[in-house]
Write a protein that binds this ligand. Structure first.
Ligand code: WTA
Length: 649
């Protein structure tokens, strides 16, 4: 923790949507009178039928119900496109930067976006998709991904995007999980000069499909692909059969907009459900205020649309605000470690939003990759996904921002729909590593972890919960409201439990300390340790597995696996490789184990529960402070594990 603070320049403050005084005034109003506050700010989106009820929320376990603007109706795609046509039809809505820098970038205007989305929506309709139907989007970062999202929103279908790095198994589980009628994918996806065979993955995912799930294919590369049967369609052929007239469907504020699967501490990923009205209000308001977005600015969020960050800050937030949003197909290190900065210079990016893991990776490559480029258009820098260490923060500030760009360290989650805590560029003097202050309407509390008592004093540390609802909050887990209540509302009664720990300093500013559950954060991606464990034990040579996180210089956290083999199986480096490949195939490359330790036995209590606390300590190479091990069934197991630990200094 550093004591130094970084106030914004007076020029930035003078032009900011929200300065310090306005933040205080608006924040106080949002907490004192949420109904009045959101009655006003709910009007930032266009309603077909205006709402009269603002908020209807019950946080009591057993009856959790969250509704915002519940009697209003709207269409999200019309808000992101149609309402801008009269004033900015010829303005660029999406700048698309391809993987290969020698290929041409595309500038898609709002008029063109309208035409493309309407046509795709009509293709969906021709394939039998209507209101409430689920469409899985498994696409690379190409404009068609945004068209597909907005086409669903236009006709009231519910999209569920699966990150294109997920394996066929993971994709299949998500297609089944939401009972999708249609999957949209591409032939192959170029990324960092390599190609992923997306259509092949879909074929594998649907190998045993008995529901006749349809598949629509975007021709991205023209690579050869295998066709399944009658249920496969080329998008370009289907587009020839439709016109560009597709009136937006009238949707209730509480109709689902999308499902996004995310990892939790137990079981398989759950389908987080966001609805139309509250989500759009939240995504657009946070986009405008957190990044201090002004008309004419070029906004770039480097996330993939497969994650919530891409949903809220590449597509819905920026487009609802009539912004120009940049979509990048590639990776930060291709063709070299200067790509981000080359793209910033080329497209004159004003707000740049990325993850600490990318900053740490680029930091290691030296400053010359940044200094080659003119970054003078940058005004605000953002970070998201995991705690940012002060070294990375300082590098971002000095080398990229030249000390002139406030850094907004935005803490939020798939579940929250948009930013929850962040400094605002014109309002707060930032501190390296602090998410600083709650956004409007957000009431964070710090609880004592075991008693659940609210701690009012500063400074303090504990688990982070939210006292009340905000419009962008998730509404349920798809198909499992019980799991929703249990996950977020049962540990600490009357609060939304985020799963993170935090510290509140003497100024009342918040610092996120990381997950307090069995979720690990690998390169800013959430990974349930239970998912990796179940992938490992699905291998025929593995008897038992326990997975924990450990500190990793670039990824933030790495995946450390303790594996007990079936009797008769011999540990070897080849088997380690085999298990790594296995997990990559079962889940995807982001879940590949970093370290695998052979564990003849795992530390268990007498009732058979694995003591993960001990495994975490050993993985962190911090075995001097194992705490109480007296409840272990066989304490000698621990000595063996320490002796053979993988993460030695
Ligand atoms: C972590 C990503 C520290 C946190 C938007 C949270 C962060 C999880 C930050 C959600 C931040 C996200 N500082 N930690 N600025 N932002 N996290 O659902 O542990 O992929 O619970 O949403 O990422 O990850 P998710």
């Amino acid at each position: 923790m550093s004591d130094k603070t970084y106030p914004p320049s007076s020029e930035l403050v003078a032009n900011a949507h929200v300065d310090a005084a306005k933040y205080e005034e608006m924040y106080a109003a949002s907490i004192k009178d949420p109904e009045g506050f959101w009655n006003e700010h709910g009007k930032r989106v266009d309603w077909i039928k205006p709402f009269t009820k603002v908020k209807n929320v019950n946080y009591d376990f057993g009856n959790v119900s969250i509704k915002w603007f519940e009697d209003g109706s709207l269409n999200v795609a019309a808000n992101c496109i149609d309402r801008h046509l009269a004033t900015r039809g010829d303005q660029t809505a999406i700048i698309w930067e391809p993987d290969d820098p020698t290929d041409e970038a595309q500038h898609i205007t709002y008029n063109e976006l309208h035409e493309n989305v309407c046509k795709m929506a009509n293709v969906f309709k021709n394939l039998g998709i209507g209101k409430g139907d689920r469409v899985v989007i498994y696409l690379p970062m190409i404009p068609e991904a945004a068209y597909a999202m907005l086409a669903c929103a236009r006709i009231g279908a519910i999209h569920s995007i699966v990150f294109a790095g997920f394996s066929p198994d993971a994709l299949g589980a998500r297609i089944n999980g939401c009972d999708a009628k249609l999957v949209i994918t591409a032939d192959t996806a170029p990324r960092g000069g390599r190609r992923t065979k997306l259509k092949d993955n879909v074929n594998q995912a649907l190998l045993h499909d008995t529901d006749d799930v349809k598949c629509l294919v975007v021709k991205r590369t023209g690579d050869q692909i295998a066709w399944r049967s009658n249920d496969d369609y080329w998008l370009h052929e289907e587009l020839e059969k439709v016109d560009a007239d597709c009136p937006p469907a009238e949707m209730n504020a509480e109709d689902p907009l999308f499902i996004l699967y995310t990892s939790g501490s137990t079981g398989q990923p759950k389908g987080v459900v966001h609805t139309t009205g509250g989500y759009l209000v939240w995504a657009s308001m946070t986009h405008e205020i957190t990044f201090d977005y002004h008309d004419g600015d070029i906004f770039w969020c480097t996330a993939d649309v497969g994650w919530v960050t891409g949903h809220s800050y590449i597509v819905y937030g920026p487009l609802a605000n009539g912004a120009t949003t940049l979509m990048f197909e590639g990776v930060p290190t291709y063709p070299d470690a200067g790509r981000f900065w080359a793209v910033c210079e080329k497209h004159k990016v004003n707000q740049f939003y990325t993850a600490p893991t990318a900053i740490r990776a680029l930091m290691g490559q030296g400053t010359e990759f940044v200094e080659k480029y003119d970054l003078s258009d940058l005004k605000v820098l953002g970070t998201v996904g995991e705690p940012i260490n002060p070294e990375a923060w300082n590098w971002y500030n000095e080398v990229v921002g030249k000390g002139n760009c406030p850094i907004v360290d935005t803490w939020w989650q798939t579940e929250t729909g948009g930013h929850m805590m962040t400094p605002l560029p014109g309002a707060h003097a930032t501190k390296p590593g602090s998410a600083m202050k709650p956004f409007f309407g957000v009431e964070p509390v710090v609880l004592e972890p075991t008693s659940g008592e609210e701690i009012h004093e500063y400074p303090t540390e504990g688990v982070l919960c939210m006292k009340d609802s905000w419009p962008g909050q998730m509404r349920t887990v798809w198909g499992d409201h019980e799991r929703f209540q249990k996950t977020y509302f049962s540990d600490y009664k009357g609060y939304y439990f985020a799963g993170d720990g935090c510290r509140r300093d003497e100024d009342g500013d918040y610092w996120i300390t990381g997950r307090v559950d069995d979720v690990i954060n690998v390169s800013g991606h959430r990974m349930g340790t239970a998912e990796v464990e179940s992938a490992l034990v699905a291998h025929s040579k593995v008897a038992e597995a326990a997975v924990v996180g450990y500190p990793h210089d670039i990824k933030g956290q790495g995946i450390y696996c303790y594996v007990t083999l079936m009797s008769g199986e011999e540990p070897s480096d080849d088997l380690r490789k085999e298990l790594r490949t296995w997990v990559r195939q079962e889940i995807g490359p982001i879940a590949a184990p970093d370290l695998i330790q052979w564990a003849p036995g795992l530390p268990k209590t007498r009732s058979g529960k694995i003591m993960r606390r001990i495994l975490r300590k050993i993985a962190e190479n911090d075995y001097g402070s194992l705490g109480d091990t007296s409840t272990l069934a066989d304490p000698s197991v621990v000595d063996e594990l320490i002796e053979n630990r993988m993460n030695r200094d």
